[in-house]
Design a protein around this ligand. Structure first.
Ligand SMILES: Nc1nc2c(ncn2[C@@H]2O[C@H](COP(=O)(O)OP(=O)(O)OP(=O)(O)O)[C@@H](O)[C@H]2O)c(=O)[nH]1
Ligand SMILES: [Mg+2]
Length: 359
């Protein structure tokens, strides 16, 4: 997961680490002139306790050596201040790395901006691993972006009037129907009763596909025989749920491109008729920038309440998962991480961060 992303960030991490080391070594440079037999001169920035004292006046070489090794270890306790000049090239590399990972431009700029703010002019303590400093900084910057628009879907479902109406939309083949089945299972596991609506009346085989899921998950599917109006199917499913005191209606819809005016109008009609509590846009993480752009366009047309990003298990770049919420201003609710029912993860910034920056 996200292997290319990690690979691309390596260069930035190494460049900043090297810069910190380099600055640390300059500041902690051991004085060549250890006054023979006397007190060694103190170097600026090196605390007194760390200054070597000659053990014996006759053992100058040994003394010098022990000083050098102590000075070296000192680098790890020192503070280093990086200036803008030090970071110009690494920050440019970082921006390129983010853009090549399909992070949207405004998001890449936000991340680079906060990394810069965190590193420039601040005292950084050099610990055993300078890589940690860079990692912490990146983690903070990404966490900030991923934490925008957070939304707790569990609380929302718990507190909403029942039945909660959730409609899934998006372009063809991105994983809408599979995600509905996964969410259905997720809700069922949490004690909710679920009704499915076969609202994809457009693609041949779509009703049969969701029917298989309904059977597997042992839940009611509302469908129309030869019906061509998805709004009517979903409306009926809501009526069924109301009459049978079911908690949640999950409605499938046909895949549609934002350029298809008829199908976009059909989607607007569904929204008008059904008035969903949540209109969820589903797209695949592997589509990168395209997924983010489509989310933006769907959001302009309807608007959406949040997204589910599927196929993150197959995504090497991570850009869509990082950018989609910032660009749409709407939360990511779940990530799809495989083809089976349990392969659904509720969106948590820390979970994603672990995978973006972890080993
Ligand atoms: N690896 C992986 N595959 C997924 C994931 N979610 C869905 N898929 C696969 O993506 C393919 C398309 O899934 P569907 O659920 O049929 O997609 P859809 O958006 O409903 O497609 P249309 O109804 O044709 O628009 C299927 O093979 C799914 O198994 C995921 O999170 N990871
Ligand atoms: Mg489908």
């Amino acid at each position: 997961m996200f292997n290319r992303f990690k690979e691309r960030l390596k260069g930035f991490k190494e460049a900043v680490s090297a810069k910190i080391q380099e600055k640390g070594e300059v500041q902690a440079e051991p004085p060549e002139a250890v006054a023979a037999g006397g007190e060694p001169e103190r170097t600026a920035g090196v605390p007194e306790a760390a200054v070597a004292r000659p053990v014996s006046q006759n053992n100058e070489a040994k003394t010098k050596q022990s000083f050098t090794s102590r000075a070296k270890s000192l680098i790890f306790e020192q503070e280093v201040v990086l200036d803008e000049k030090d970071l110009k090239a690494p920050l440019w590399d970082l921006e390129m790395a983010l853009l090549e990972s399909d992070v949207a431009l405004p998001v890449a700029e936000t991340i680079v901006g906060s990394v810069k703010d965190d590193l420039v002019g601040k005292k950084k303590k050099i610990r055993a691993d300078t890589g940690e400093i860079v990692e912490d900084t990146l983690r903070k910057a990404l966490h900030q972006v991923l934490s925008e628009n957070l939304f707790d879907v569990d609380l929302f479902i718990r507190d909403a009037d029942k039945p909660v109406k959730i409609v899934f939309v998006g372009v063809n083949g991105t994983g809408k129907t599979t995600s509905i089945a996964k969410v259905a299972r997720y809700l069922k596991d949490r004690g909710y009763s679920v009704v499915l609506a076969a609202g994809d009346t457009f693609r041949a085989g779509a009703v049969e596909q969701i029917e298989v899921h309904a059977n597997n998950l042992e839940m009611k599917l509302v469908k129309h025989k030869d019906g061509k109006d998805p709004a009517a199917v979903i409306f009926d499913a809501v009526e069924y749920a109301r009459a049978h005191h079911k908690d949640v209606v999950l409605a499938d819809t046909a895949g549609r491109l934002h350029t298809n005016v008829n199908l976009m109008d059909q989607m607007k009609k569904i929204v008008r008729v059904v008035k969903p509590d949540l209109l969820i846009f589903v797209d695949e993480a592997i589509a990168g920038n395209d997924a983010v752009e489509r989310a933006r366009l769907f959001n302009e047309a309807v608007p959406i309440d949040g997204t589910i990003l599927t196929k993150t298990d197959a995504d090497a770049k991570g850009g869509a998962a990082i950018s989609i919420s910032h660009v749409t201003g709407k939360p990511v609710l779940f990530l799809g991480v495989g083809q089976n029912y349990p392969d659904l993860v509720k969106f948590e910034p820390d979970w994603l961060l672990e995978r973006l920056l972890g080993p």
